[in-house]
Design a protein around this ligand. Structure first.
Ligand code: KG4
Ligand code: ZN
Length: 391
């Protein structure tokens, strides 16, 4: 079955088309089309993502991204179509707040044949709500015009499921032989969560951050060190440089809540400790590297300690990392080394690099499973929810 998936929850405009086969025990996927436009260069100028700017960029980029993805999948065929007046009016109303998107969509629909796809999946949360709405509204419009079933996908579920894939030599990938319960450590710009999947696709919250998300802490510490947005990869570069050099004097940083008996996190104290170290001082490059090093070490220790506690609490058989922060070299290394030592019977699944950043492939994967469960939503009833929860 062919799934077309749309992702606009943050600063990437992405549309992918996947051929999906199988079931919950054994599914296989092939990418037919995959188009993505990143807004990072625009947001970098502002030092972060502004929802209104993200929304405007998604509205501008979605139709070209859609056309590129369909074209790559060889599903874009020219055909002069006359949209019925009532459909045109409905779409006009639906996209009243995105007139630029409406205009581009009409121009596209007038010449493009209905593609041979089986369902449309769209991220309906969590994320920046104005940004989410643009993708959701496009999905609703396409589902109406093309008369295709529509499913809503939780962005964090996309991160989690895509991290469970194993890729074959021919580039297709699979999700199979996953031992339950699966513990998901979801670490991104907006989330720091431990969730247990006791049964396939049903989640229980085990722990979460009391204040900042871990990606947010990376971004804020980066700003304190005058590094560009997004801060995670920048901090990582400095920290790795310090580790390579060795023999540096790493400052002491706290590991908030690490030894308490919950699976919850807190990162604001760590961030404040960094703030005190940089306040009213001009750090040398070496000092910045050592501070990044100390910060990453503290984050890695806390994440591992909490995940470890959660494994014991849930009797997890599989641990999966998901979200933008799972791209971090140090965190990947900490988990690979320490899981092997402390929990040798737990299967660790770390996402491939291409699945760590936001993309629509992961939305198609999750959309496929939701389609198998017939969890279709009427286009008129689908909403975006910035705080959508997995549990
Ligand atoms: O999942 P994601 O792309 O967007 C959200 O859904 O939030 O995650 C973005 C976050 C940002 O905070 C970014 O700084 C962080 O992931 N990030 C990293 C790295 N790459 C991205 N953090 C640490 N190390 C990295 N290599
Ligand atoms: Zn994400």
């Amino acid at each position: 079955m062919k799934i077309l998936a749309i992702e606009t929850s943050c600063d990437e405009t992405a549309i992918s088309i996947l051929e999906c086969e199988g079931d919950e025990q054994n599914a296989s996927f092939k990418i037919l089309g995959n188009a993505l436009l990143s807004q990072i260069d625009i947001h970098r100028e502002f030092g972060g993502v502004f929802p209104a700017v993200a929304k405007r960029e998604h509205a501008k980029n979605l139709v070209p991204v859609l056309a590129a993805s369909l074209e790559e999948a060889e599903l874009l065929h020219e055909d002069r179509q006359i949209l019925p007046d009532n459909t045109r009016t409905e779409i006009g109303t639906l996209l009243a707040r995105e007139p630029e998107l409406a205009e581009a969509l009409f121009a596209f629909l007038d010449v493009a044949e209905t593609p041979d796809i089986d369902a449309i999946a769209v991220t309906h949360g969590p994320g920046l709500e104005p940004a989410l709405w643009v993708g959701v509204n496009l999905a609703r419009a396409l589902a109406m015009v093309w008369e295709k079933p529509l499913v809503g996908v939780n962005h964090m579920e996309g991160h989690l499921l895509s991290a469970l894939t194993t890729t074959n030599e021919d580039g297709t990938f699979e999700i199979k032989d996953v031992s339950l319960p699966v513990l998901g450590l979801l670490i991104s710009g907006g989330h720091t969560e431990l969730a247990s999947m006791d049964e396939w696709l049903s989640y229980r919250l085990i722990g979460q951050t009391k204040d900042d998300a871990v990606g947010e802490a990376f971004d804020k510490v980066a700003r304190m060190l005058s590094l560009p947005y997004p801060g995670g990869p920048e901090i990582s570069k400095l920290a790795e440089a310090a580790r390579e050099r060795g023999n540096g004097t790493k400052p002491n940083l706290p590991r908030p809540m690490m030894r308490d008996d919950t699976c919850d996190f807190s990162f604001s104290g760590l961030k404040t400790a960094v703030l005190y170290m940089v306040k009213d001082r001009a750090l040398t490059d070496t000092e910045k590297e050592e501070l990044a090093h100390a910060f990453e070490d503290a984050v890695g220790d806390v994440l591992f300690a909490k995940a470890s506690r959660a494994i014991e609490q849930t009797d997890a058989q599989t641990l999966v990392l998901g979200g933008g922060v799972s791209a971090n070299t140090h965190i990947r290394r900490v988990f690979t080394e320490r899981i092997a030592l402390d929990h040798p019977n737990v299967a660790l699944r770390i996402p491939e690099a291409r699945f760590t950043t936001d993309n629509a492939i992961m939305i198609a994967i999750a959309g496929f499973y939701r389609t198998l469960k017939n969890e279709f939503i009427e286009p008129s009833e689908m909403k975006a929810n910035g705080n959508l929860s997995l549990t």
